[in-house]
Write a protein that binds this ligand. Structure first.
Ligand SMILES: [Zn+2]
Length: 466
């Protein structure tokens, strides 16, 4: 860290700020949880944060000034598990909690439709303060898929639109060499990985790894569990074919291949047996290290497994709103004991565990305010009072911690000098209303790379409904 004043530090390209926001709580979510009054951006980057007086000194004749009048600023929201192409293709239909259900079968047929789906999603996300997301699973495994949302052609569309004006959210993508929510094989993964990922500007489209669908979901008795379902059976892995041992060998080989190539691995894993096996494989490989592997959903994870994940550098992506929508369904399928200990979010708040909140849209809404309220509800059910410190943690699980999952904490995820100017302006201070009431707060502005990409005062009603 430099000790020089910001204006001096940026002198070579210096001069006044392009954009100043001042007069409200700027919740930086830096390591010290600093809250300041104002922030300045130049050339897409935050150049200074501090008092309104200090920041106002960076104002020049061309500087745009946004008066916050008490409104709050947060780092841009990062939804670490959101199917962007599918959301845009299905909108306004969600699987849980919204829209009609007449959006099955083939959704995207050509390049125009693929572009339109992404543009739709980006507009929706901009209207909700979301400036980054992970697109979890695009690749050749879905070239014959029924929706047309996840194949190689969609990868090409992402590459084509990356960094254009239409793209108002930064994308991290995991490649997929099997079917979405379906089977995959080591042979297909090896063949797929032999084709390098396209080279892209990683600040707009990063492609750091692969997605593996390991098991199903507990309500369908397809999550792989250590204890039998009351109706019988243990579920199982979707990797490979054959008996349990063969499927596990296939899964192990796939993980070892991607890990050995230094790729990040995101694993759909809901059953405690699946989680156990993945953690064991990574422990044997010496931990995830900088690859930052993570488990997605983790419905039936145990406290002991969470501790081992922390030690092995394995993160997780949780979807509290899906837990809300499916808790009764899950309770009808697993033992009362398993249902009571499902989604143990109260054990996921420790520093060191890379746990993030996410939507899995279009399975459920991508409205992060509702998802944080759901997370707060789950915490309260488990006896944890959601005080301001817990709210800070929940906000971090949507900003700074997913930036770590993206391997991008050096340049996004908090509001600090040197990071990109990705942020949202909220109509009120989240700490003044509390986590449970967050859905009452509006997103007034969304800014990506210093550019205003959403302004509620100019928005049409249609564009802001989710
Ligand atoms: Zn998903």
């Amino acid at each position: 860290m430099t000790t020089a004043p910001q204006a001096t530090r940026s002198a070579p390209f210096g001069g006044p700020a392009d954009l100043i926001l001042r007069g409200g709580p700027v919740i930086t979510l830096d390591a010290a949880n600093t809250v300041v009054e104002a922030l300045a951006i130049r050339s897409g980057e935050i150049i200074a944060v501090g008092s309104a007086a200090d920041i106002s000194a960076l104002k020049g004749p061309m500087t745009q000034v946004i008066e916050l009048d008490g409104r709050a600023v947060l780092p841009g929201i990062n939804d670490a598990h959101l199917h962007g192409s599918w959301l845009g293709a299905r909108w306004p239909s969600l699987f849980f909690g919204g829209g009609d259900s007449g959006h099955d079968g083939r959704l995207l047929n050509n390049a125009d439709e693929r572009r339109a789906a992404l543009r739709k999603t980006w507009a929706l996300l901009a209207a909700h303060g979301i400036t980054s997301y992970t697109e979890p699973g695009i690749g050749p495994g879905e070239d014959q898929g029924e929706t047309g949302c996840f194949g190689t052609a969609m990868l090409d569309t992402y590459v084509e639109l990356a960094g254009t004006e239409a793209q108002t959210a930064r994308v991290t993508m995991l490649r997929l060499f099997g079917f979405l929510d379906g089977a995959s094989t080591f042979a297909d993964m090896r063949a797929g990985l032999a084709v390098p990922a396209p080279s892209t500007d990683p600040r707009w489209l990063a492609i750091p790894g692969v997605k593996i669908f390991a098991d199903g979901i507990p309500p369908m008795h397809s999550a792989w569990t250590r204890t039998a379902y009351p109706k019988g059976g243990y579920g199982g892995l979707m990797t490979g074919t054959g008996d349990e041992a063969e499927r596990l060998a296939e899964f192990t080989a796939m993980v070892e291949l991607a890990h050995g190539m230094d790729l990040q691995i995101g694993v759909h894993a809901t059953g405690d047996r699946t989680i156990e096996e993945f953690v064991g494989i990574i422990e044997k490989l010496g931990g995830a290290g900088e690859r930052r592997h993570y488990l997605i959903h983790v419905d039936l994870v145990s406290g002991e497994q969470l501790r081992r994940m922390t030690a092995a550098g394995i993160g997780l992506a949780l979807q509290p709103l899906i837990a809300d929508h499916t808790a009764d369904w899950l309770a009808g399928a697993v033992s009362a004991e398993a249902a009571a200990s499902a989604w143990p979010i109260h054990l996921m708040l420790e520093d060191g565990l890379r746990a993030v909140l996410s939507s899995d849209a279009p399975i459920a809404s991508f409205d992060w305010r509702r998802i944080i309220a759901s997370a707060a509800g789950l915490l309260e059910q488990r006896g944890v009072a959601v005080d301001p410190a817990q709210l800070t943690r929940l906000l971090r699980m949507y900003t700074s911690i997913p930036a770590e999952q993206d391997g991008a904490e050096g340049w996004k995820g908090t509001l600090e000098p040197g990071k990109v100017g990705d942020l949202c302006v909220l109509s009120a201070d989240p700490y003044s209303v509390g986590a449970a009431n967050l859905p009452e707060i509006d997103v007034d502005l969304t800014i990506v790379g210093g550019i205003v990409v959403f302004d509620r005062s100019h928005a049409t009603a249609e564009s802001i409904i989710a």
